[in-house]
Design a protein around this ligand. Structure first.
Ligand SMILES: *Cc1c(COP(=O)(O)O)cnc(C)c1O
Ligand code: SF4
Length: 388
C-alpha cells in the first residue's frame, strides 16, 4: 500500500507525508462537517441528511487518516459505517437507553465507575479522535459533560486511595490517548503512587483510529509506568501498516495488548470476518479479549445483532483456530449488571459423575469424575452445567 495514497483525495493532495503522519495535524483537520465529508465520499441521501442535521444525536469527528480508508462509493464499507452518521440514528427503538450500563448511577465520585469490588473504571477525558456511531458512552463522549476536569480526577484518585480493595484501575473515557503525554504521565504517576493499585490498563482506540498518536515519547511514558492496554478493533480492514507499526512500538515497549470488539450488524457479524480480524490481531501481537454484544444505546438499533450471533461466532472459532484468537463473548447487563459471558453449550448431560461433553467437531466424549461414580452423585449440580 502506497503511504501517500491519501493524495488521491483532492482535499489533501498537497499534504506532505511527514505532516500527514502527525497526530496534531490529523486532529486539527478532522472532518466535522458535511462540506468536507462530501469532498471525501459520495454521500447517500441518508448520510447527507444525518451529517447536515444541526441538532445531531452524536457529533461527527473523523481524522483524515480514517477518512482515507473509507470506500468513497460503497456506503456499506465497514470503515465508513463506523464513522459516518446515517438517518437510522434517529430511528429510536423502545429498547434504547441513554446510559445502558447504568454507569452514572455507579459513580461514587464524578468520572469513576465502581461496579466490581476490586476494580474501577476511571473516565479521564470526553474526547476521542474518531467518534464511533455506536459508542456506548455517547451520552458524555464528545460533550462537555465535564466529569474529567482535573479536580474531579483528583477526587477520583482520592477515592481509590481510600478504598484498599481496589487493585485494578481501568483508564478510559473518551479516549485517554487524546490527553498529552505529560497529562497521561501525571495521572499514571498518581495511580502508581497508590500501594494497593497493582494493575493499570488504558482503554483506547487511538492506535486504530489515529495510529500516529503512538510516538517514541508516548512509549517512554508507558515504559515508565507499565500499564496494559485494551485496544478496540472491529474489522480486519483496520489493521493497516500504520496500525501494525503503532502496535509493534507498543508491544516492543512491553505493553501487553488486548482487543475488545463490538459485534456490529453488517460490519463484523460474520464468523469469517471475525476470524480474519483475530488472525490479523495475533500477527500484530494483540490478544482478542472480548466481543461485546452491542449495548442498547440510543440510536444504535441498526447496529445490533441477535445475541445468538455472538455465540455462533464463538462456536466457529473455538477449536477451529488458535485458542489465543478466541475472545470471550459478553453481554453487558443493561442497567449495570456488568459483563456476562455467553458460550455455546458443550455439556450434553451430567449424570452420576459422568459428564457427557461434545467437542468443537460435534463428537461426544465422557469424562468420569473421581469419587462420584456408582451413583454417589455429581460433585456439581447438573443445573450449573446446563445453565451455561
Ligand atoms: C468492563 C469494566 C471493567 C473491567 O472488567 P474486566 O472484565 O476486568 O475487563 C471494570 N469496570 C467497569 C465498570 C467495566 O465496565
Ligand atoms: S473510541 Fe470508544 S469512547 Fe470514543 S467514540 Fe469510539 S467507542 Fe466511544
Amino acid at each position: 500500500m502506497n503511504p501517500e495514497s491519501y493524495r488521491r483525495i483532492p482535499l489533501w493532495k498537497d499534504v506532505p507525508l511527514d505532516q500527514w503522519e502527525t497526530y496534531r495535524w490529523q486532529m486539527a483537520n478532522r472532518i466535522q462537517g458535511v462540506e468536507q465529508l462530501r469532498q471525501v465520499i459520495r454521500l447517500t441521501p441518508s448520510e447527507e441528511h444525518a451529517a447536515t442535521r444541526r441538532s445531531g444525536r452524536f457529533i461527527m469527528g473523523i481524522p483524515p487518516y480514517w477518512a482515507a480508508l473509507m470506500d468513497p462509493d460503497d456506503p456499506t464499507c465497514p470503515i465508513r459505517r463506523q464513522a459516518v452518521p446515517t438517518e437510522e440514528e434517529y430511528q429510536l427503538s423502545p429498547n434504547d437507553m441513554i446510559d445502558p450500563l447504568g454507569e452514572d448511577s455507579h459513580m461514587p465520585v464524578p468520572g469513576l465507575v465502581h461496579r466490581y469490588p476490586d476494580r474501577v473504571l476511571l473516565l479521564v477525558v470526553e474526547i476521542c479522535s474518531m467518534y464511533c456511531r455506536f459508542c456506548t458512552r455517547s451520552r458524555v463522549v464528545g460533550t462537555s459533560a465535564g466529569f474529567s476536569k482535573p479536580m474531579n480526577i483528583d477526587h477520583a484518585i482520592d477515592y481509590i486511595k481510600a478504598h484498599r480493595k481496589i487493585r485494578d484501575v481501568l483508564i478510559s473515557g473518551g479516549d485517554p490517548l487524546t490527553l498529552s503525554d505529560e497529562r497521561l504521565d501525571e495521572i499514571l504517576t498518581k495511580l502508581r503512587g497508590i500501594p494497593h493499585v497493582e494493575f493499570i490498563r488504558i482503554g483506547t482506540r487511538n492506535p486504530i483510529t489515529l495510529p500516529y498518536r503512538v510516538t517514541e515519547a508516548l512509549c517512554q511514558v508507558l515504559r515508565k509506568h507499565k500499564p496494559w492496554m485494551s485496544l478496540h478493533f472491529n474489522h480486519p480492514k483496520e489493521v493497516t501498516p500504520a496500525v501494525r507499526k503503532a502496535c509493534g512500538m507498543l508491544a516492543d515497549s512491553g505493553v501487553p495488548l488486548g482487543s475488545q470488539t463490538v459485534l456490529l450488524k453488517g460490519i463484523n457479524d460474520r464468523p469469517a470476518i471475525m476470524k480474519k480480524l483475530f488472525h490479523e490481531l495475533l500477527k500484530t501481537r494483540v490478544r482478542p479479549y472480548y466481543i461485546y454484544q452491542c449495548d442498547p444505546v440510543k440510536g444504535t438499533a441498526h447496529f445490533r445483532t441477535m445475541v445468538g450471533q455472538g455465540m455462533k461466532i464463538i462456536e466457529k472459532l473455538r477449536g477451529h483456530t488458535t485458542g489465543y484468537a478466541v475472545p470471550t463473548f459478553v453481554v453487558d447487563g443493561p442497567g449495570g449488571g456488568g459483563k456476562i459471558p455467553l458460550m455455546p453449550n458443550y455439556v450434553v448431560s451430567v449424570k452420576d459423575g459422568v459428564w457427557t461433553l461434545r467437542n468443537f467437531a460435534g463428537k461426544v466424549f465422557m469424562y468420569k469424575e473421581e469419587g462420584s461414580a456408582n451413583g454417589v452423585g455429581p460433585s456439581v449440580e447438573p443445573s450449573y452445567a446446563l445453565i451455561q
